[in-house]
Design a protein around this ligand. Structure first.
Ligand code: TMP
Length: 210
């Protein structure tokens, strides 16, 4: 059976992931590729319900371990209801965040052991990883702006976790990329939206041809 590709976008807050994932989806659609655009936490009805538990409310409402389990529960649901059916139908799935966010936020950021998170990922997903992960590497310059926008619909729980936490994230993603060179490509988020989109396109083409 022809299987689609699974591409994820990762990075800190306000680096422009959501915009870039949509641009890549359009470029692939223009090449007659059937694309499913999705996100985490969320991406299926049940996982969206779990998302609400995670992205709203006080920053200390969950212990880091509970939080890691909730993200994995949402992911198991997202994978079985949205991602796998689409890939099996030959579609390409582009997801705004996936398991590397759990490693970065709950692992490096909130202190859950990485080895435990990797084991949890095996249980929740059968150790299912993307074909390609684009890690957008940018400074936090848009964070204040992002925080303002997110506060409006109150999905700002992680935004409120403080500067030290957020500083750690970008380094975490670079570390994850270093440890997974076959899957991950680091793309600079500097420059115009078009510049970044061009870099992403080159990275995706490079990985597909490799
Ligand atoms: P979003 O703002 O990119 O939609 O994601 C919601 C927040 O969830 C974001 O601040 C990152 C956080 N997150 C985790 O902490 N762990 C995870 O596994 C995922 C997927 C997201």
């Amino acid at each position: 059976m022809v299987k689609g590709k699974f591409i994820t976008f990762e990075g800190g807050e306000g680096v422009g992931k959501s915009t870039q994932v949509k641009i890549l989806a359009k470029k692939l659609t223009d090449q007659n590729i059937d694309v499913v655009l999705t996100r985490e936490p969320g991406g299926s009805p049940g996982a969206e319900e779990i998302r609400t538990l995670l992205v709203k409310g006080s920053t200390d409402k969950w212990s880091p371990m509970t939080e890691a389990l909730l993200h994995n529960a949402a992911r198991a649901e997202h994978l079985s209801k949205t991602i796998k059916p689409a890939l099996e139908a030959g579609k390409w799935v582009l997801s705004d965040r996936y398991a590397d966010s759990t490693l970065a936020y709950q692992g490096y950021g909130q202190g859950v052991e990485l080895q435990i998170l990797l084991e949890m990922h095996k249980v929740a997903t059968g150790d299912f990883w993307p074909d390609i992960t684009i890690i957008l590497d940018g400074h936090e310059l848009d964070r204040a702006n992002a925080r303002e926008q997110e506060s409006m619909d109150k999905e700002d729980r992680y935004e409120r976790m403080g500067d030290a936490f957020h500083k750690k994230l970008q380094e975490s993603f670079l570390d994850i990329a270093k440890n997974n060179p076959d899957r991950c490509v680091v793309v600079s988020a500097k420059g115009s939206i078009e510049d970044v989109a061009d870099r992403i396109w080159q990275a995706v083409e490079g990985k597909i041809k490799a």
